[in-house]
Design a protein around this ligand. Sequence first.
Ligand code: NAD
Length: 424
Amino acid sequence: MTYKEPAPLSKTHLNPFESMMSRFDIAAKALGLDDSSYNVLKSPAKVVMVNLPVVMDNGKVQVFEGYRVVHNANLGPSKGGIRYSMDVNLDEVKALAAWMTWKCAVVGIPYGGGKGGVKCDPRSMSKGELERLTRAYTVSMIDVFGPEKDIPAPDMGTGPQEMAWLMDEYSKIKGYSCPAVVTGKPLVLGGSLGRVEATGRGVMVTARSAMAKMGINPVGATCAVQGFGNVGSISAKLLATQGLKIVAISDVTGGYYNAEGINIEEAIAYRDRNQGTLEGFKADRISNNELLTLDVTVLVPAAMEDQITAENANDIKAKLIVEGANGPTSWNADEILNGKGIMVVPDILANAGGVTVSYFEWVQNRLGYYWTEERVNRRADRTMKMAFEAVYAAAQKYNVSWRIAAYVVSIDKVANTQKFRGVF
Ligand code: NAD
């Protein structure tokens, strides 16, 4: 199961958009994508930049830079989160928007890709300031957003409260209540059961599918999980229910190791009593890099981008990596992992359970009828399993890694819709 792929761009440092494009280029080549489709798909369809004046609590007006990028809307309305962070910049938003196009296409939900962001430090802002900023952003994007056009969701620095403000502002302007304009809402406002666990659940389902293909028995297989937030802790909890022994977990305070296996329910309860961190949790202390290079069967990076790089990829011993986080493997580590025969369920597939249940939230909002958690989970599991099988088949057909196969499946789908729709 080792592959030799063409080397991506030769530069050592790529910005996020170039990094996305380096994999896109490999997949486009494998697929034999024609120049016209390539040119359409490499460019975002719409880029909106705004400056948002907000009255701060001290009475002064501060102006915030805001962005919304629609990368592609061939398959349906564009979908993607809104990030509040000081690192927000146009290149990053463009890359994240394109990733959403591929993510939605790979799981077969009828959405294109979009992403938004505001350059701000949400932790230093009061609730009132965040509310005014979110409402100002919504007003400035009133012609971009819409249940049939572009549907935002939470991302780093935003959550159900921001989505509730966005839905409220949008609804006020339209003159009727419009929950389907945004997903990730609080349950009482039309959020979906199962959304909180959806991403970790998808990680578990795709990990199981991958293990089955690789002939690995999940019972007794060992696993290390980097990051113990929403995605990491739920992935760990659900993988443990499948018989895996979670020997290491970590968060921003470092890594925690126990060769006998960590009781994940206890770790979650500890984190929740301890201001959200594992600091002081009873286990052997290791560093985050040591966690990544442990001799385990499955490694789940579920913290942040660029954790597995050309520097540490050679030391990775896991047989299978399942990418809970977005972009945890830098482009220049791909070839090293492939060379070592390490299989990777890529982010655009592994963590797409979240956007899948966001889609179910939108469907339920439009139906005005709400599903049980059991129905949400059953449909999400089916979607993730089918997506994995499609990627696996493409990997066999084109003799490429699962990562490139995931891009091949999605680029092919989006390019095909482009052909049918035509270019005016
Ligand atoms: P979160 O904020 O709930 O958790 C992040 C975790 O990572 C925390 O435990 C934090 O302590 C830890 N962390 C931060 N820096 C770290 C470091 N240097 N080393 C080790 N751990 C570190 O975030 P989340 O929602 O779980 O998201 C995690 C990743 O998954 C992100 O890349 C996100 O984009 C991606 N993702 C999330 C969802 C979702 O539904 N939440 C969906 C798709 C992708």
